[in-house]
Design a protein around this ligand. Sequence first.
Ligand code: COI
Length: 352
Amino acid sequence: MFPPPPASDIDWTNVDLSLKIPVKGHVEARHNASTGTWSAPVLETNPNISISGISPALNYGQQCFEGMKAYRQTSGDIVIFRPEVHAARIAKSAAAVCLPPPPKDLFVECVRAAVAANAELVPPSSSNGALYIRPVLFGSSAQLALAPPEESILAVYVYPLLPYHGSAATDALVLEDFDRTAPFGTGPFKVGGNYAPVWKHAAAAKEKGYGITLHVDSATRTKIDEFSTSGFLGFKSDGSEKTLVVPLAENAVQSVTSASLTRIAELQGWTIQRDEVPLHTLSSIEEVVAVGTVAVVVPIRSISRLSTSEKFTFPGTSNPEKIESQLLGLARTLSDIARGNREDTEGWCWKV
Ligand code: COI
């Protein structure tokens, strides 16, 4: 009977990122540039992929990736959240780094097959967990030339996950001595090269007590781009008018979680302020959250810019256990939709 219940030999209250839980396999499809065709998806049980050491993936960083989730609903059904939006996003990332964009139907088929093969690893609906889906696309054939590769591989991995940062509020630090990307660069795309250089800065910030780092635009270093792991959303109110603040940041990844929360806010009659967010305007913002597939929604207590000794604090997301936050309320609605406890009017949940 499909779907099977969650595996009974896993402690679903204590799943971490150690990747120790055995997974049934990942799904691969290969692209051949000579024929311009993709192979049919295949389930592979060995997580290791054999590729040439002089592949463009390993030498020139020619890769891109996605992150999405499959949820177990209260009814027991398993659904994938907005896979077609992730298909569109990986197609853009692929084109940005000269990889063949996977056709939407093939991408969704690979994702469905990977989830179906690992259905027992989709956490219980009562947990905060979900099955994280990590599609990665890279140039795999031997090649020194700076040109699109003969072979590329799309591989879709899965792993069960609980929220990455937990639900406690955290303090953020603006990164001032590091530019994540340049204007007109790779910022809007989900490519590995945007992430690895950040780790040492995030670790240094953590030593100073900051749980998350925030990138500003590299041209002027005054406007918000995104957090290192996730997107930025703010909230302010004026009487009964609720406003969602969404940075218009051309160099940030278009977060699917942010887009979903924005749509929910819109449906609930909020004003959507989609504009550049200069750091100094944070003083008028009451709540801030970091939102992403892995991060889910992280309440932000404060944002500090050390060079100017500024510290902006957000009372609405400083003490989420005690204060009812508007942004966390939006996130609960999203979770209710994903779990099947609220009508999915937008067609976001794709049943496996
Ligand atoms: C995700 O949230 O899916 C991501 O890809 C973020 C990851 C780089 C931490």
